[in-house]
Write a protein that binds this ligand. Structure first.
Ligand code: HEC
Length: 101
């Protein structure tokens, strides 16, 4: 039972980091993180906060044009202009690690 306590503390801390990261973002960038993170998640959602802005922009542009296929990102990317994609990518890169995986 005692061994569970450090884990509980770690999860509480993670929750606090999550809320803090999202509080600094615009609603558009926050919408991305509802699937992508902010912390790496297991499963189909690649972590976004490890991409630099250029990598996010080129992926979004490729999803939008159909050059890159996906399950859902093609539809999502169509909802954003170049300017919006750049703004979101820069915001995410700023709070992220700014390094490619
Ligand atoms: C409904 C869940 C969902 C939302 C919301 C979402 N994504 Fe994604 N994203 C995915 C999935 C799933 C993939 C994997 C490709 C696919 O299947 O479409 C992906 C892939 C990506 C990739 C490629 C990552 C890599 O490592 O190659 C980028 C970049 C990306 N998304 C950016 C965004 C941005 C920017 C937003 C907000 C405008 C966003 N996503 C919103 C689910 C989501």
């Amino acid at each position: 039972m005692k061994r569970a306590l450090p884990w509980a503390a770690a999860f509480l801390l993670l929750g606090a980091v999550t809320v803090h990261a999202q509080a600094m973002l615009s609603p558009s960038a926050e919408a991305c993180l509802s699937c992508h993170g902010p912390l790496p998640r297991p499963g189909a959602f690649p972590p976004l906060l490890t991409l630099d802005a250029d990598a996010t922009i080129s992926a979004m542009v490729a999803f939008r044009s159909g050059a890159r296929t996906g399950t859902i990102m093609n539809r999502i990317a169509k909802g954003y202009t170049d300017e919006e994609i750049r703004a979101i990518a820069e915001e995410l890169a700023q709070i992220g690690l700014g390094t490619k995986p």
